[in-house]
Write a protein that binds this ligand. Structure first.
Ligand SMILES: Nc1ncnc2c1ncn2[C@@H]1O[C@H](COP(=O)(O)OP(=O)(O)OP(=O)(O)O)[C@@H](O)[C@H]1O
Ligand SMILES: [Mg+2]
Length: 351
């Protein structure tokens, strides 16, 4: 059993609270993604779990064991660091096998595992090279392989794919996911790439300023963001937002009105934010007036940026959409998919 329980953990650097009373339960074998903007505390939380930072409050349990006061080496964890460090004086092969040698594993086993790790990350041709003879992305893969070949039941990865080019990143993402399905190690995976988070995570914890803003499955977070921040962070493009209030059957704001047929009576007149995803807006013969700003063909579809009143909104349209900048068009919003938030706090409101 290698579930991880993070219970009310806080961490303060000088006067900066980096983690504010974080609680998070990660199930045995789960792939948990920590997602959030730069500086929100992702690396700090990972380092606390690994024992590389002392917490200022709270407890951390791995399985049945309280590890809060244990040294990193006693926690049985493998970690890939954000600033991946490979040993410059060792070949790729020696680097990958480093942890296994420290554990005094038999030589044939080390060789076999190093080979497997190298194959998995496309490093076989480089096994005898030194890190100085590799590209940044290749060096990063060495660091990932070194952690993967360890059989620690807990794997912590801090932006392990950040130095790979787009194609390699896509490949490595699928490989890591496949590997996780085969060897169900409890994994905490840090990224600020929300596509990576959506595609890899069993669950995602969206972090903001040292706290968890929302925890849930990828589609749950995508479809029902708990706050405007989450909706604006998840999705490419992010959720569109319009500010206004419900009056007489429509949601009206600066220069626009969106017809709304179903709404709780007590929300009449309240300042709210409407959240709508690009794929839930269609260009129609009549409807909400808008003006085209930019048309971006993206291969499978086009992204059309329009102005609704004074607010810029992104619309997903067929690739052959016949609109051009400055054209006046009409839009239809798919009402059941609309999300509502309080204009002051940003918290979701159930309709
Ligand atoms: N050793 C340290 N001393 C002082 N402040 C620190 C230290 N490490 C981190 N911080 C601060 O704690 C906060 C969280 O940092 P952290 O590295 O956890 O962010 P992050 O979410 O990993 O960001 P990024 O996506 O940029 O890697 C930041 O405000 C950072 O400046
Ligand atoms: Mg970080």
């Amino acid at each position: 059993m290698s579930s991880i329980a993070i219970e009310g953990v806080s961490k303060i650097f000088g006067k900066t609270p980096a983690l504010k009373d974080i609680s998070l339960d990660i199930r045995d074998g789960e792939f948990m993604v920590l997602l959030g903007p730069s500086g929100c505390g992702k690396t700090t939380l990972l380092r606390c779990v690994a024992g590389l930072e002392q917490v200022n409050g709270g407890r951390i349990r791995i399985g049945e064991r309280d590890v809060t006061d244990l040294a990193p080496r006693d926690r049985n964890i493998a970690m890939v660091f954000q600033s991946y460090a490979v040993f410059p004086h060792m070949t790729v092969g020696s680097n990958i096998g480093f942890g296994l040698r420290m554990k005094r594993r038999p030589k044939p086993e080390i060789e076999k595992r190093v080979r497997e790790g190298a194959e998995l990350l496309g490093l076989v041709p480089f096994l005898d090279r030194y890190p100085a003879q590799l590209s940044g992305g290749q060096r990063q893969r060495v660091a990932v392989a070194r952690a993967l070949v360890m059989d620690a039941p807990v794997l912590l990865m801090d932006e392990p794919l950040s130095n790979l080019d787009a194609l390699l990143r896509l490949q490595a993402r699928a490989d890591l996911k496949r590997l996780h399905k085969e060897v169900k190690r409890t994994t905490i995976y840090v990224t600020h790439d929300q596509v990576e988070a959506m595609s890899m995570g069993d669950r995602i914890a969206v972090m903001r300023e040292g706290a968890i803003e929302q925890l849930g499955g990828p589609m749950e977070i995508y479809d029902n963001p708990a706050t405007q921040f989450v909706g604006g962070f998840i999705g490419s493009p992010p959720m569109n937002f319009l500010r206004g209030a419900i009056r007489d059957g429509s949601f009206a704001g600066d220069g626009f009105a969106v017809p709304v047929t179903q709404m709780r009576g007590d929300l009449q007149g309240r300042e709210m934010v409407l959240g709508v995803r690009a794929e839930h807006i269609t260009i129609a013969g009549d409807g909400i007036p808008a003006r085209v700003l930019v048309v971006e063909p993206l291969g499978s579809h086009a992204l059309v940026t329009v102005l609704i009143g004074k607010t810029a909104v992104k619309v997903q349209a067929p690739i052959d959409v016949a609109v051009r900048p400055d054209q006046a068009i009409n839009l239809h919003f798919d009402e059941p998919t609309l999300r509502w938030m309080d204009a002051g706090t940003g918290s979701a409101i159930q309709r």
